[in-house]
Design a protein around this ligand. Structure first.
Ligand SMILES: Nc1ncnc2c1ncn2[C@@H]1O[C@H](COP(=O)(O)OP(=O)(O)OP(=O)(O)O)[C@@H](O)[C@H]1O
Length: 355
């Protein structure tokens, strides 16, 4: 049974349509909800919690109707809001115990659950310090702890990595992964960065302007491409030139050669080339797409690759064709990069982007 089922959900504010006829079904697991700023993510969460009545449409959360069962939904669902309103003068323990009591836990159980939860999020040592002295990363963890303290079946995390440095972001993503895998709690996590959710989610939903763009398993976004990544110990350019002379579409990228697969013969040509040149083959594998490549800007995506060979880029020069396999990826061409942020801000897909 889906944990969230949405049918024709529309939310109009004066002059703004935040959600536009959204229909979506979400199965248990760790699910990413990705969209640019203003795409409608927070509005959707508020509606699903039964806090905001939609202009049109229906939805159920854990089988409960958002129009009738808001209170019961909020008993079973934890919520980590995007914006913080944490009281600076009290400790994490006081706040999280208070939230547990608000959820109906008796005093002793509330204290025990709060201590456990603060340990899980890595705040156990600091739990008696006033929140006002916490770093951004610690405050995000307090927000996560209060969302988990009543042992929900499902948790909504709204931009949990906001404001975190790369190390803090990695730690938060690891925590989110553990919430899903170790605690068995389903997660709906929002982000405006495609790349970071790819690492922790089973499924990613992409919305733009309140409309659904895509909803599918992460593997479906990252399916194998028609490009072969080849790495040799030394002699990358020797091999590249040889393949180019044989009519193979080949281009350098970092220490790799990227080769368009024309069929089984491409593998044979690479293998024969490596053997005849006496090189040591380190890797030959079909490259997988990264989610953000699906949304790469049209002009760059359409640019013809430069071959290795006459007129091609100098060995070692940055090559077109996207991020290095297994890397974090550079900025989408034509958009400003976000220093220190893995993944890309979501770009509305260009006209020709696959859907
Ligand atoms: N209470 C409101 N009154 C008027 N407009 C609103 C209200 N709440 C949200 N909006 C508008 O609805 C649209 C969607 O906002 P929402 O906060 O859901 O987006 P988001 O994807 O969560 O983005 P962000 O991460 O920037 O918050 C935006 O244009 C926003 O300005």
């Amino acid at each position: 049974m889906p944990i969230i089922a949405i049918q024709g959900l529309t939310m109009r504010f004066s002059g703004v349509t935040a959600l536009n006829d959204l229909t979506l079904s979400v199965e248990p697991g760790v699910v990413g909800l990705v969209g640019a700023n203003g795409a409608g993510k927070s509005t959707l969460i508020k509606i699903l919690l039964g806090l905001l009545p939609p202009s049109a449409g229906t939805a159920t959360v854990l089988g409960l109707d958002i129009a009738r069962d808001g209170l019961r939904i909020r008993e079973r669902v934890g919520f980590m809001p995007e914006y913080e309103a944490l009281p600076p003068d009290i400790s994490a323990t006081e706040l999280v115990v208070h939230m547990a009591r608000m959820c109906g836990l008796p005093p002793t159980a509330a204290r025990e659950r709060a201590a456990d939860t603060l340990r899980h999020v890595g705040l156990y040592e600091e739990r008696y310090r006033p929140i006002g002295g916490y770093s951004t990363g610690m405050r995000q963890r307090v927000k996560l702890a209060q969302a988990l303290v009543h042992d929900p079946q499902l948790v909504f995390l709204d931009e949990p990595t906001n404001g975190l440095d790369p190390a803090g972001r990695d730690e938060m993503l690891e925590l989110i992964h553990r919430v899903g895998s170790e605690f068995g709690i389903s997660v709906l996590v929002t982000s405006h960065l495609l790349g970071e959710l790819e690492r922790v989610c089973d499924h990613v939903v992409i919305i733009d302007g309140g409309r659904l763009l895509r909803s599918q398993a992460v593997e479906a976004y990252t399916e194998a491409s028609g490009v072969l990544t080849v790495e040799v110990d030394e002699g990358r350019d020797l091999l590249g030139h040889r393949l180019y002379d044989q009519g193979v579409a080949v281009r350098p990228e970092g220490r790799f050669l990227l080769i368009d697969i024309a069929g089984e013969s491409t593998y044979d040509q690479v293998r024969d080339g490596v053997a005849e040149l006496g090189l040591r083959l380190i890797r030959m594998e079909q490259r997988r797409h990264r989610i953000e490549e699906v949304f790469a800007a049209e002009p760059a995506a359409a640019a013809p690759p430069s071959p290795v060979g006459p007129g091609g880029p100098a060995p070692g020069a940055p090559a077109p064709g996207g991020p290095a396999p297994g890397g974090q990826g550079g900025p989408v061409p034509g958009t400003p990069g976000q220093p220190g942020q893995p993944g890309q801000p979501v770009q509305p897909p260009s006209q020709g982007a696959p859907r």
